[in-house]
Design a protein around this ligand. Structure first.
Ligand code: NGQ
Ligand code: ZN
Length: 452
């Protein structure tokens, strides 16, 4: 058991002063506002709950910044994807473990205490299957265990190269499963995470490009009531190809043909009509926004204001992991809206309401729903995922309550986090994860080999 005391903490009911939090067995046991610190309490100034990165492809951290060289033709998402595939084809299971470990260390240092790992790099480099179908998933689980990040493993089903059941191309060979193979992968993936105290599992049909309708229907039961995540409507070409195939847009197709409800998370959902926005919002499914990656890949801008007005819930993910941080994602999300609407504080929930606070609360709730965490935030029964901020940071000087969140997201960025507890383990102190050095060395050795 350990006891923490915060001068100020963001609770589900709002900000509270003099909050004592008791941790037992990795979870929050008690939260008591309005008490003076007692001897033995570990004291900090400001506490926030950790957030989820609800969408990550961990291996892509290894190529961060390596696709910023203009090619012969116009660079697009699709040319980036070729670079990404080349990188993916080179990685061994140990490389994946090294890259994922540093990534999760960085996520924790930047305020993410749970990750939804949308995992599709399943097979060996030549496409042959490992003896253990969850060989790669086990490396992701190892990285989660070493770093203490909470893991929601989302094994991805990937079968086709494009809409209408087109054959996959050779660069996709490490991703491909039949429905039967995927069922075995799910069984093995359950085993791969069994030793992690707070891990859970769902499924990730990759996209309507990669999954045929009959396959989608066949794999949904394999989620066994857990989360279902799917990429949808990220690129205009994807919308056009989907229309050509089905006469429907990707989000529209899913809303009409799949049992989209609160268990579902539609990743990106960038390109939607007003009608899609309204219907999607009403399902209770989460929009999994990845603003940094969406900007990096030139996807477009999510209809954030419209979706929020329709009552939709979003969370954030780091996706390609080109740049990792809670503040980065939430700031980019709001800035995209500002650039689109030529206005300020677009996603704030109303007059006089802090934009940072609205973004933070929404991403907390959306991340928890998308990763099937029944209790979000600093509340009894929740995983003990707590972030403290460095009140000595100049961008936080003189601020209180919501202005602290605004200072962090919009001004301080990646320098404002002090300590992080994940599953009750205090893994980050003075902004540094205790594995940082070792994880960097292992990552650097792996990446040097991969780029050589
Ligand atoms: C992915 N990433 O699965 O890693 C995708 C690229 C695809 C993003 N969509 C591959 N950001 O969508 O076909
Ligand atoms: Zn993705």
């Amino acid at each position: 058991m350990s006891r923490l005391h915060f001068a100020s903490a963001l609770l589900p009911s709002g900000w509270a002063n003099d909050v004592q939090v008791v941790l037992t067995a990795g979870a929050i046991a008690e939260v008591t506002p309005g008490v003076t610190p007692s001897a033995g309490d570990e004291r900090h100034a400001i506490a926030l709950p950790g957030l989820a990165s609800l969408h990550s492809h961990a291996f892509q951290r290894g190529m961060a910044g390596l696709a910023e060289l203009r090619g012969d033709s116009t660079d697009t998402f699709w040319t980036w994807r070729e670079t990404m595939y080349r990188f993916a084809l080179a990685m061994t299971p140990d490389d994946v473990a090294a890259v994922a470990t540093l990534l999760y260390v960085e996520m924790l240092e930047q305020g993410f205490t749970r990750v939804g790992e949308f995992h599709y790099l399943h097979h060996d480099r030549d496409g042959s299957h490992y003896a253990d179908p969850a060989e790669m998933a086990a490396r992701v689980a190892q990285a989660a265990e070493a770093s203490s990040i909470g893991l929601t493993l989302l094994p991805s089903f990937y079968a086709h190269g494009s809409f209408g059941g087109a054959a996959p191309h050779d660069g996709q060979r490490r991703f491909i499963c039949s429905v039967d193979q995927f069922a075995k992968l799910m069984t093995a993936s359950h085993e791969a995470i069994a030793a992690l105290p707070d891990a859970n599992i769902g499924i990730a049909p990759h996209s309507l490009r990669a999954v045929a309708p009959d396959e989608l229907a066949a794999i949904i039961p394999l989620a066994e009531g857990g989360p279902v995540h799917i990429h949808a409507a990220e690129q205009v070409k994807e919308v056009e190809d989907c229309l050509a195939w089905s006469g429907r847009r990707p989000v529209q197709w899913l809303l009409e043909h799949a049992p989209v409800d609160q268990r579902w998370c539609l990743i990106h959902a960038t390109h939607m009509t007003d009608e899609e926005v309204g219907t999607f919002a009403k399902t209770g499914a989460v929009a999994g926004l990845c603003p940094v990656t969406e900007a990096s890949l030139g996807d477009g801008i999510f209809p954030g204001r419209e979706f929020a007005d329709a009552g939709g819930l979003f969370g954030v993910g780091t996706d390609s992991n080109v740049l990792v941080g809670v503040a980065e994602e939430l700031r980019q999300l709001e800035y995209g809206q500002r650039l689109k609407h030529r206005a300020r504080n677009v996603l704030s929930s109303g007059a006089g309401r802090s934009t940072g606070r609205t973004l933070f609360d929404t991403a907390l709730a959306g991340g928890a729903r998308a990763l099937a965490q029944p209790i979000a935030g600093l509340a009894p029964g929740a995983r003990a995922d707590i972030v403290t901020l460095d009140v000595a940071h100049p961008s936080l000087a003189g601020r209180a309550r919501d202005a602290i969140i605004d200072g962090w997201i919009f001004a301080a960025g990646n320098g404002a986090i002090d300590c992080v507890w994940a599953g009750g383990n205090k893994v980050v102190e003075s902004g540094r994860h205790k594995l940082r050095q070792a994880a960097r060395e292992r990552f650097n050795a792996a990446v040097r080999r991969l780029v050589a």
